[in-house]
Design a protein. Sequence first.
Length: 132
Amino acid sequence: MKLITRDTDYAIRALCFIAKNSRRKISVSELVKTINTPLPFLRKNLQILNKKGILQSSKGAGGGFELAISPQKIFIMDLMNIFQGPFKLNECILKKKTCPNIRICALKKKIDRIEKRIVSELKSVTIASLLK
């Protein structure tokens, strides 16, 4: 299990670069060269971020991507939800039906507490905080 998937990682790197260069629009080709990501994945991720209102795009000469919202309002947890779905550490072995020990399982209780701490930390990390 990966905490952060490739798509989320590419999105974070792209958003950090765009935020650092906020006075101009950033082209996809510049992003590919600078943050060393494959074009098909990056293009797909940028389109998703555009649809979610995190980025704005413009076409043509001088076009590219820029942040649609402040980097202080772009949380890593939100990006994880967009590209990975809800964060869940504890998926019990019996996935199709509820485990009969779910209410008394000591391991589940421990993992649930760890998950809550991780989520709490991730909810505090923004693109702006990664630029410092």
